[in-house]
Design a protein around this ligand. Structure first.
Ligand code: GLC
Length: 426
């Protein structure tokens, strides 16, 4: 058992070990690349010991934003083709190679948090002013390219865009993706083959087939949505977009950027109203929607609890809190990434059961704002207990707390620093 000070020191050591100067890798020794949401969340951790470095992390990511506004899910800062979906698989034609898909847009939320806490506002204001229109362009890109019919909710076109790469939520929609002509890949989640449970037959091939399909369309994002055999509305990603839009609106208003403020407040309000269509009363949580099949996806996962982060109405937040209580009683460790009552639940499949601190962080934050302090406190305490008892890990078995995935991951370390601070009474 480590003391709080020891835990914080270990977390800082991990963040420093994974720091490549102007960006962080998710974990050392695997791939020398920058992942989008890992990096933004890493910045929250870096703030605790180096405020300026935290801003650099986000700036480096946005330096690789595409002209159409998309911020890629991976920036391949260094050549390394050992990764199953390395630069050669994407061929996006960028000077510094990147992937051609995106990830949950958590940057707006992160920037507001960094700004609110800032100890050097006058030095950082120009940096914030430079980032604001870039984040706004990314949000606009989402609405224009992933919600062409103006429903208020955006679709992911690839499981990896959700950040919950191998979630059970995607299995049924992925089954409709053709695999002809694709070289068979390893039967595991591409990022880390170490400890994952088995994935459905053809999972990786289908993921690569989508990449190949989009590559064939020249990465023209205005065409991809309608042409994609995989179009899913993920409540988790939408919740993050809504929250980041609301936070960006607040930041923009603070800086007198009223047009950006109004635009983003509009995105947030429309998205929040539209989220309601994903609510399932019988499950007391939100569910994903398959736009290709035109049907709700019966898969109760943590993606359907994340909307609490978006500022949903209080009765809905209370419903989510009650579901988390039920899950806690069933698994012991919160929040499992999939409902253990589902026969497909798998305590070792990365996003098919295990606990991840990054989603715990967003859920706890949302619950606090909704007034469900006790459940939020329980999630934060449970998160720290997992790390204290089992060491730093990418994710944890929700039953016995066993550490899974890679050790010493950036995102877990960043969240530990945040939880320690928040529990001190931030
Ligand atoms: C895994 C996770 C994803 C993360 C990536 C890099 O693929 O599912 O959320 O961004 O690893 O850490």
């Amino acid at each position: 058992m480590s003391t709080e000070a020891e835990l914080a020191a270990q977390a800082i050591e991990i963040l420093q070990e994974n720091d490549r100067g102007s960006y962080s890798v998710p974990m050392s020794g695997l791939h020398p690349f920058q992942w989008n949401w890992d990096s933004c969340l890493a910045a929250l951790g870096q703030w605790h010991f180096d405020e300026a470095r935290a801003w650099t992390e986000v700036e480096t990511l946005f330096a690789h934003q595409w002209p159409d506004g998309m911020v890629p899910h991976i920036v391949f800062h260094e050549a390394d083709e050992s990764y199953v979906a390395g630069p050669g698989v994407w061929e996006t034609g960028r000077k510094v190679p990147t992937s051609g898909i995106t990830q949950p847009p958590v940057a707006g939320f992160v920037l507001r948090r960094l700004w609110q806490r800032s100890r050097q506002k006058s030095a950082l204001e120009p940096r914030l002013r430079a980032l604001l229109p870039k984040v706004a362009a990314w949000h606009r890109w989402f609405l224009e390219n992933r919600d062409p019919e103006g429903t208020g909710l955006v679709a992911i076109l690839h499981p990896w865009e959700s950040g919950r790469d191998d979630a059970i939520d995607w299995d049924s929609a992925l089954a409709g993706v053709p695999t002809e002509g694709i070289t068979p890949g390893p039967a595991s989640e591409p990022q880390n083959a170490e400890a994952d449970g088995p994935l459905p037959q053809g999972h990786t091939e289908r993921c690569l087939s989508l990449v190949e399909h989009f590559r064939g369309l020249g990465w023209d994002h205005s065409k991809l949505h309608d042409a994609s055999p995989f179009r899913v509305v993920d409540p988790g990603l939408n919740a993050i977009l809504i929250r980041s839009s609301a936070d960006l609106a607040a930041l923009a208003a603070d800086l007198g950027e009223y047009a950006l403020a109004e635009e983003n407040a509009g995105f947030a309000a429309t998205g929040l109203a539209a989220l309601e269509s994903l609510w399932s009363s019988s499950r007391s949580q939100y569910l994903a929607f398959d736009r290709v099949a035109g049907a709700q996806i019966e898969s109760a996962s943590v993606g359907g609890l994340l909307p609490v982060f978006a500022g949903i109405p209080k009765p809905r937040a209370a419903g989510v809190a009650a579901t988390i209580d039920r899950l806690a009683a069933a698994t012991g460790h919160v929040v499992p990434s999939h409902d253990p009552a589902d026969p497909r639940f798998d305590a070792r499949r990365a996003w098919g059961g295990p606990v991840w601190l990054v989603v715990n962080y967003m859920i706890a934050d949302g619950l606090r704002q909704a007034g469900s302090e006790a459940v939020a406190e329980r999630i934060m305490a449970a998160s720290l207990d997992l790390v204290r008892a089992n060491g730093f890990a990418e994710y944890y078995d929700p039953g016995n707390g066993a550490p899974l995935g890679t050790a010493r991951p950036t995102a877990t370390a960043a969240m530990v620093l945040e939880f320690l601070d928040l529990r001190d009474g931030d």
